[in-house]
Design a protein around this ligand. Structure first.
Ligand SMILES: NC(=O)c1ccc[n+]([C@@H]2O[C@H](COP(=O)([O-])OP(=O)(O)OC[C@H]3O[C@@H](n4cnc5c(N)ncnc54)[C@H](OP(=O)(O)O)[C@@H]3O)[C@@H](O)[C@H]2O)c1
Length: 227
């Protein structure tokens, strides 16, 4: 018998999150489509079809994250996708620190808060998949991208969070990985080459890893790449 798994995707009203929610829905997952605007979540969920639950979830707001969990119930998998790029065109010597703080609030602390809310249930049930959306801008291997310093460092920090959560959940049946979707044509990057559907495939690959699959790695198109 095939088990129907439930996945929650944040920032799923548009862009990579929306394409990922759609791909998972078509692959037979029960999808909780989360967006910070409740009406946008509802509309996007209805557009994907029956069985998709739209929930309001602002990753910067602890009450919103807790309320979304009450609404969704436990989930088997999580795509931490919500993100902002607020400091493009700045450099590390001049970027307004407030822009860095606002970026970290969503990209790092939002992802962390989300995992604190949903991952313990996965550990308790002995199975889970977590994909944290990262970026090539945050990898030491590429050299951190200085043209959006707060954004880049927020993704370096997401990579660090991934390794910590993977270590903490090691042996529990929960696999936690970062995913680099690659430059993707969305509101954030309107002229990038990759389609949201291609990026979504990279995220689906992280959620469909076998039980002996990797944890605590950075994945690109389903394969580990250097941090
Ligand atoms: N596009 C690329 O080339 C690229 C490359 C590497 C990584 N990424 C990452 O991919 C992820 C998705 O980005 P995208 O390209 O699809 O950009 P996008 O189209 O701008 O989508 C960003 C999503 O995040 C949501 N969001 C922002 N702040 C939020 C908050 N406080 N709570 C909940 N949701 C929030 C947005 O909601 P609203 O619609 O309400 O604003 C939107 O749904 C991000 O983590 C981004 O850093 C993108």
């Amino acid at each position: 018998m095939t088990v129907m798994r439930t996945v929650l995707v944040t920032g799923a009203n548009r862009g990579i999150g929306h394409a990922t929610a759609g791909a998972l829905h078509h692959a037979g997952w029960r999808v909780v489509l989360a967006a910070r605007d409740g009406r946008a979540a509802q509309a996007a969920a209805e557009a994907l079809g029956p069985g998709v639950l739209g929930v309001e979830l602002d990753v910067t707001c602890p009450r919103s994250v807790a309320a979304a969990h009450e609404h969704s119930g436990p989930v088997d998998a999580l795509v931490s996708n919500a993100g902002v790029l607020l400091d493009a065109g700045h450099d590390p010597l001049t970027v307004p620190v407030d822009a860095v703080r606002a970026t970290l609030e969503v990209n790092l602390l939002g992802a962390w808060r989300l995992c604190q809310q949903f991952v313990p249930g996965m550990v308790r049930q002995g199975w889970g998949r977590v994909a944290l959306v990262s970026s090539g801008t945050g990898t030491f291997h590429n050299g951190l991208f200085t043209g959006a310093p707060g954004y880049s460092l927020s993704k370096t920090a997401v990579n660090g969070l991934t390794t910590m959560l993977a270590a903490r959940t090691s042996g529990t049946g929960v696999l936690v990985n970062a995913v680099n979707p690659g430059p993707t044509r969305t509101r954030m990057m309107p002229t990038a080459p990759r389609t949201p559907e291609e990026a979504a495939a990279a995220l689906v690959a992280a959620l469909t890893l076998p039980d002996d699959g990797p944890t605590g790695v950075l994945l690109s198109r389903g394969r580990p790449i250097p941090w």
